[in-house]
Design a protein around this ligand. Sequence first.
Ligand code: CS2
Length: 502
Amino acid sequence: MNRLNDSTLGALPAAVTRPAYDRRALQTGIVHLGIGAFMRAHMAAATEATLAAGDLRWGIVGVSLRQPDTRDALQPQDGLYTLAIRDADEHGQPRQRLQVIGAVHALLVAPENPQAVLESIAAADARIVSLTVTEKGYCHDPATGALRLDHPDIVHDLENPHAPRSAIGMLVFGLQLRFARDHGPLTLMSLDNLPANGRVLCGAVLRFAEAVDPALAHRIGAECRFPCSMVDRIVPRTTDADRASVSQALGCEDHWPVLGEPFFDWAVEDHFAADRPDWTLGGARFVTDAEPFERLKLRMVNGTHSSIAYLGAMAGWETVDKAISQAALREHMEALMRDEIEPTLADLPGLDLPGYRANLLARYANPALAHRTQQIAMDGSQKLPQRLLGTVRDRLAQGLPVPRMALGVAAWMHYLRGVDELGQPYPIDDPHAAELTALYQRSLGQGASIEAVQAMLSYAPVFGDLAGNAALAAALLSALQSLQAHGVLATLVAMNRGELAQ
Ligand code: CS2
């Protein structure tokens, strides 16, 4: 089979959408740090729509911060890859719509050539540096949001200005070079699932820049912009079976297609330092304040996703659609949203919350995605604060009960035991894995008790000021006792019947 690339584009089946613009004329308006599957199925797809409309200023340089694998797969393909949008037809049969995306026209691997990354940030055509580096990529303390100057990557970068390895170090030293060349201001745009992601990024960049040179920090603060964004599309990790089936459908080999659901949402603050693409052509909306959209999305989508992930992974329900097909889990998720999350959300003009909730359950039931619960379960220490604990805090502050929210948090604690209910062990994939599993072993691993729960709750990087909260500890204890004694399914049934102690 031939490889997908510029010269084989013309031979693709007619049903496959592909770039009709002249890729050789693309300029590089965007540098993207963290060129993973999510960005390729989301921001790159929206950018593709602006290129298709004839604005060729927005080609993307994709930077991998760690591994060369994306570059190795896509470089021989001239940066082309397939986006497979998957769902089920009216008979429940999986189907896919294929689009070859041409927006990525150069790829860099930061550890191989950090200077090239700094150069691309400093280049005159670049107007936007966007980031999907996951929560832990901000090297911040998830409970407070502040950059950790003692983070090993940050310590390294402050000592190695020519070869930074953190996204924050790359941005600051890239901007230093850019200012030295007088190449105008830049927009730094986070697309990660963090509340006020633009402000978290801004805080981290300015704190790092302060440590390098206060005048640099001042200039970045004055000239750069950090719009916040809410991004939403479910993008499971690509498997070898996906590679084979997409290649088969294309009639040529694509070594790294990406998959996504049809649903797409992106609310981005229209707060840019210079030009920007018209991403509305690809389904985005420009807003003045992304915060209410982020809160809605992080609490409703990511909060329920993480709850499903820990409960599902422990019960041996490998994918989200399998998990949500369990009547007891579905009932719990619906009630969790309606009774505990939605009352904490601000009104958004035009938002139909019951419709949003029903649509989300339908998205989870998509049988064509096979989104693994273990994938979503990773990095829990980085995810819990904004996904679950914000809701918990708001409710506790109003004296409201949190039984269903607490079940998600309890499921994460229980998950730290590292073996599911079928006896299958799994690794805890988390930057704090060693500390957390040790903490689990000496507390909950000995059996659920109020002392064990309090020991877990006093883990400050995750729980911050929630340590010692008696109402939360009590709700966690009853969930954990039930999970340990009776398992996930029986606990869900008891929760739905109102039989778990509140
Ligand atoms: C998921 C998200 O992996 C995870 O943690 O919750 O990636 C989720 O699929 C997206 O945020 C949906 O927009």
